[in-house]
Design a protein around this ligand. Structure first.
Ligand code: KIV
Length: 284
C-alpha cells in the first residue's frame, strides 16, 4: 500500500508557512486528473473555464451546475490525493446566500470536493461567510473575474490604476475576513500582488498571471500544453506543445490508413487454422 497522504488544508498551510509555493492547475477530465495527481500537484481547480476549453463556448457563462458536477466527479476519480476545488458557475451563488450555500453543498456531496471557488469581492463577502459557516472551505477570485468580463471591459489586466488597485486590496481583506482559506488573483500587476500577499493574515494567495509574489501559482492546463485552439494568453507558459504532437499524430494516422500501412499484424488478432477450417465448413 502507498504511504502517500491526501493533501489537506493543514498540509497546504504548512507548505505556505515553510515558504514553498503551492502548485495548482485546472483540470476537467479523468485521464488528465490521473496525470496531475501522479505529478503531485497540490490543488486542482475544476474551473468553469471548461465551458471554453472542453465545450467550445465563447465564455464561461453558459456552464451549468450539472456540467460542473459531471466533470468534477470525473476529476475526483482520477485524482484521489489532490485538494479538489469546484468552481461555482454563473448565477449559482450571485442571487442569494442561500443559493450559494446550496450549490456549494452540491459540489461537496455529489463530487467529493474539498472546497469551492467563487468570483467577486466585498459584494460577495456574505456568500463567502455563509458557505464557510456551513463548513465548506471557500476560495475567492479577484482581478480579472471571467463571469464579469463584460462589466470589466473584456479579458484585460485589472488594478493598473491606483483607485482600482485599492479596491482589489479592500476586496481581498473583505474575503479574508469572511473566512476564505485562499484567494486567486487573476491578471493583476505583480507590484499589487506583493502588497496583497504581504498583508494576508489568515489566508493564502494564488497568482494566475499576477507574478511571483503569491503563495502559489495557477495555470490553465490547456494553455500550458497548447491545447486551446482559439488563443494563447500572454501570461501562460507553454511547457510542452502537446497540441502539436496530437495534431501530427492525427495526420500520420490518416496517412497510414489511406496508404494501407495501418493496421499491422501486431494491431490485429488471429484465429487457429482448425477453427478457421471449421468455420468454413459451417458456412458451406
Ligand atoms: O474557470 C477557471 O478556470 C477559472 C480560472 C480562470 C481561474 O476561474
Amino acid at each position: 500500500m502507498s504511504d502517500r497522504k491526501k493533501v489537506t488544508l493543514n498540509s497546504l498551510i504548512k507548505k505556505v508557512t515553510e515558504g514553498t509555493p503551492i502548485t495548482m492547475l485546472t483540470c476537467y477530465d479523468f485521464p488528465t486528473a490521473y496525470f496531475q495527481d501522479e505529478a503531485e500537484i497540490d490543488m486542482i481547480l475544476v474551473g468553469d473555464s471548461l465551458g471554453m476549453t472542453m465545450l467550445g463556448y465563447d465564455s464561461t457563462l453558459p456552464v451549468t451546475m450539472e456540467d460542473m458536477i459531471r466533470h468534477t466527479q470525473a476529476v475526483r476519480r482520477g485524482a484521489p490525493y489532490t485538494w479538489l476545488i469546484g468552481d461555482m458557475p454563473y448565477m449559482t451563488y450571485q442571487p442569494s446566500v442561500e443559493s450559494a450555500i446550496r450549490n456549494a453543498g452540491r459540489f461537496m456531496a455529489e463530487a467529493s470536493c474539498d472546497a469551492i471557488k467563487l468570483e467577486g469581492g466585498a459584494e460577495m463577502a456574505d456568500r463567502m461567510r455563509g458557505i464557510v459557516a456551513a463548513g465548506i472551505p471557500a476560495m475567492g477570485h479577484l482581478g480579472l473575474t471571467p463571469q464579469s468580463a463584460s462589466a470589466l471591459g473584456g479579458f484585460r489586466v485589472q488594478g493598473k490604476g491606483a483607485l482600482q488597485a485599492k479596491k482589489i486590496i479592500d476586496d481581498a481583506k473583505s474575503l479574508e475576513q469572511a473566512g476564505a482559506f485562499s484567494i486567486l488573483f487573476e491578471m493583476i500587476p505583480e507590484r499589487l500582488m506583493k502588497i496583497i500577499t504581504d498583508r494576508m493574515e489568515t489566508c493564502f494567495s494564488i497568482s494566475l498571471g499576477s507574478g511571483l509574489h503569491a503563495h502559489g501559482q495557477l495555470l490553465i492546463y490547456h494553455d500550458m500544453f497548447g491545447l486551446y485552439p482559439k488563443f494563447k494568453p500572454r501570461m501562460a507558459k507553454v511547457f510542452a506543445e502537446a497540441g502539436k504532437v496530437i495534431l501530427d499524430g492525427l495526420k500520420q494516422y490518416a496517412k497510414e490508413v489511406e496508404e494501407g500501412t495501418f493496421p499491422q499484424p501486431e494491431n490485429w488478432f488471429t484465429m487457429s487454422d482448425e477453427e478457421f477450417d471449421e468455420l468454413q465448413k459451417l458456412l458451406d
